[in-house]
Design a protein around this ligand. Structure first.
Ligand code: SF4
Length: 375
């Protein structure tokens, strides 16, 4: 088991649940827009948010963002160790240093001393795209070289007595990332942050991340994850939760069991599933919802789901907790009926929560408890 490190209020390693991370993609100097994006990430289930700090002005803006959010913020630092010092002053909960572009041991030691005074962890973040040439084999990037690149900076930190360390090794290539992290996990007991970097757009990026992270997580390697995708980072968080749910490592929100449709299908399963998913995207309760086209596999799935539609010719039956609650619902009304059923049951189970949500003031400030996350 990896040792425990705490980022703000979030424990990673030491047997804690695998934490979900993402990264904002706005210029942090627009603090209001960044706060709004951080809040959306947190609402989607992101537990640690990284922000780019490429300048002194960005470090100053970090303080403004930090004042408005409750989720821990990681300052992503490259090239200039002074930005790490400024980010610490601004209240960063964790630093990410890249050993490929901050190479002077004395500067790394300065950062370690300042972080140590504040109890702020440092992630040594190696990326195949910026690995120092000292750790390549004639320009060729290898798993062993990536590990040595990480250990080089880890050892500098350790020499100062600093041990609040997280390590990551990311590459676009899955076999390279998997091998490097397997090697790394045998060499250190620090928590590991996992990601497949520059994994690609949309579905291909999600598939790459799911395969790479899935292999490692299923071997017990990895304490935090980020799915790296271009575009709105909320998609990264949704994908990360899908990965963790698929591996049954964590539960948050709805797990959908949806039949792939075939010649027996008599209602618009794809349309119903899409509408239900869209309308219930904010649900954080860990539920299993089955949307099935016919009794072949549908009966069994309906009976072991929390809520289900069992489709027939142009109509379907609604189930709750394995029991029929509404038979013969016309196909065009199935999605609405299922959403209403689930909303009603959730409200009945947690009336206090529903009332609190109604009364929550609108605004950018998002430090209210987001809740609903289950290990
Ligand atoms: S559940 Fe029925 S309709 Fe859906 S794929 Fe299976 S056999 Fe076809």
């Amino acid at each position: 088991m990896s040792r425990a490190v705490t980022v703000g209020s979030v424990p990673i390693g030491g047997g804690a649940p695998v934490a979900v991370q993402s990264m904002t993609n706005l210029d942090i100097r627009d603090a209001a827009a960044t706060v709004e994006q951080v809040c959306r990430l947190q609402a989607a289930g992101c537990e640690i948010v990284r922000v780019a700090v490429p300048s002194a002005a960005a470090a100053r803006a970090l303080a403004a963002v930090k004042a408005e959010v409750s989720v821990p913020l990681v300052a992503d630092i490259h090239y200039d160790h002074r930005l790490a010092l400024l980010a610490l002053e601004a209240g960063a909960d964790k630093l990410r240093l890249n050993p490929g572009n901050i190479k002077d041991p004395h500067k790394i030691e300065q950062v370690a001393a300042a972080a140590g005074e504040r109890g702020v962890p440092i992630r040594v973040g190696v990326n195949a795209g910026s690995v120092d040439s000292r750790f390549t084999s004639g320009g060729k990037i290898t798993a062993a070289g990536l590990v040595e690149a990480a250990l080089w900076q880890v050892e500098i930190l350790e020499r100062t007595g600093f041990a609040d360390i997280v390590v990551s090794i990311k590459a676009h290539e899955i076999p390279l990332t998997v091998e490097a992290n397997r090697l790394l996990s045998r060499r250190v007991d620090y928590p590991l942050h996992l990601g497949i970097t520059e994994s690609g757009p949309g579905l291909s990026g999600v598939v790459s991340s799911a395969v790479g992270l899935g292999i490692l997580l299923s071997e017990g390697i990895g304490d935090t994850i980020r799915v790296s995708l271009p575009g709105d980072p909320v998609a990264e968080v949704e994908a990360a939760w899908d990965i963790l749910r698929s591996l049954q490592l964590r539960q948050r929100g709805i797990t959908y069991v949806v039949c792939p449709t075939c010649g027996r299908t008599g209602v618009d399963i794809a349309g119903i599933a899409e509408r239900v998913r869209r309308e219930l995207h904010d649900v954080t309760e860990p539920l299993r919802v089955a949307i099935m086209g016919c009794p072949v596999n549908g009966l069994g799935e309906a009976q072991r789901a929390d809520f289900a539609i069992l489709g027939g010719r142009g109509k379907g039956t609604l189930y709750a907790n394995g029991q029929v609650v509404q038979p013969q619902v016309p196909g065009s009304q199935l999605a609405r009926a299922l959403v209403d059923l689930i909303r009603t049951r959730i409200a009945a189970d947690a009336p206090g929560k529903a009332q609190a949500e109604k009364e929550m003031p609108k605004g950018f400030h998002c430090s209210a408890n987001q809740g609903g996350v289950h290990a």
